[in-house]
Design a protein around this ligand. Structure first.
Ligand code: 0ZP
Length: 327
């Protein structure tokens, strides 16, 4: 069996990617942010204070004949950007792209931080990282993909994200027509619960490849490409108008300047992110914010949406590996 779900960017900047998910019986359809950087499936619900839930779609477990409360279970998560949420737990049927998982843990929010209140484009997240990162206590719960994987034709899913355009998350199969190049696989290290891999080198524009080991994760829930200062500084050195802007906390440049591409190694091949994707968004007037920024303070590098948009990314749980193919 397989599933295929369309996604779409939340806004013209591609800040996040939204996919509709059906929960319960009859189906309640919620727009959720699929996040390969975390492992909790949580939703705005009838238990979320109505002042916080305004503008969001909510899950009402009491209206689902298949919902069951998980007695004594609670969850609490804080993300890299300091947004947070917490609550209690149900199990219910969750259908993504036509494929249903019964008994999926659906974490219901009784509290959400202001970032989530204000961001009405999503009504929760679907965590697609490894099970070990799940925050439910006293018993960790499995991700939707982990539950689905033994029933899927292959224990894999793929992310196809596009700039200002629809894309897809496919489960159980790899549609190679979504890429132009071959898929190169690299092993993941599972110890931190992420889709974590090592990239051995990078290149800027047509320049020579520089040896530099990057320990990073493929994270659909992070908007930008976040790498070591050495790489980020070297990149913006090649951008005449670029400067580090303290008030924006990142590199900005003249919107009209053409940016060089950025390439990173995946095994023996490379993925190239075109300069147009690194020109992330205008901040004011003629100044634009870079899609490549520093990972300082995170402790790991993040291949977020800016990098993922350039590729078809294969999350292969069966073989504990990541595949990257140029689009
Ligand atoms: C984001 O990328 C934001 C957007 C964002 C944040 C900060 C600066 C930005 C500058 C320019 C453009 C975007 C920026 C996601 C986002 C998009 C749209 C609207 C939003 C409204 C409110 C809040 C966020 C919005 N956040 C990353 C993030 O935390 C930043 C980051 N910092 C990553 C360090 N690492 N992403 C998480 C999922 C988000 C959470 C989904 C907020 C949207 C809502 C995770 O994918 C990150 C992951 C980091 C870990 C791999 C180090 C994580 O926190 N996992 C949870 C585990 C807990 C560790 C057990």
């Amino acid at each position: 069996q397989t599933g295929s779900a369309p996604n779409h960017p939340s806004d013209s900047e591609d800040d996040e990617y939204i996919t509709n998910v059906s929960i319960g019986t009859p189906a309640q359809v919620l727009p959720l942010d699929f996040d390969t950087g975390s492992s909790d499936l949580w939703v705005f619900s009838s238990e979320t204070p109505s002042s916080s839930a305004r503008g969001h779609t909510i899950y009402t477990p009491s209206k689902s004949s298949t919902s069951k409360k998980v007695s004594g279970a609670s969850w609490s998560i804080t993300y890299g950007d300091n947004s947070s949420s917490s609550g209690d737990v149900y199990t219910d049927t969750v259908t993504i792209g036509g494929f249903s998982v019964t008994g999926q843990a659906v974490e219901s929010a009784t509290k959400v931080s202001t970032q989530f209140v204000q961001d009405t484009s999503n009504s929760g997240l679907v965590g697609l990282a490894l099970d070990s990162g799940n925050t439910v206590k006293p018993t960790k719960q499995k991700t939707w993909f982990s539950n689905a994987s033994s029933h899927l034709a292959q224990p894999v899913f793929t992310a196809d994200l596009n700039h200002q355009a629809d894309g897809s998350y496919n489960f159980g199969f790899i549609d190679t027509t979504l890429a132009s190049g071959p898929i190169t696989y690299v092993p993941i290290s599972t110890g931190n619960g992420f889709w974590e891999f090592t990239s051995a080198s990078y290149a800027i524009g047509g320049g020579s490849s520089k040896k530099h080991s990057t320990d990073g994760i493929a994270d659909t829930g992070t908007t930008l490409l976040l790498l070591d200062d050495t790489i980020v500084d070297a990149y913006y050195n090649q951008v005449e108008s670029a400067q580090y802007d303290d008030s924006q906390e990142g590199y900005t440049f003249d919107c009209s300047e053409d940016l060089p591409s950025f390439s990173f190694a995946v095994g023996s091949s490379t993925i190239t992110v075109p300069g147009s994707l690194i020109n992330f968004a205008p901040v004011d007037g003629n100044t634009c914010f870079g899609g490549l920024q520093s990972d300082d303070g995170i402790g790991i590098s993040i291949f977020g949406d800016v990098a993922i948009k350039a590729a078809l990314v294969v999350f292969d749980l069966g073989n504990k590996r990541l595949g990257w193919a140029q689009k």
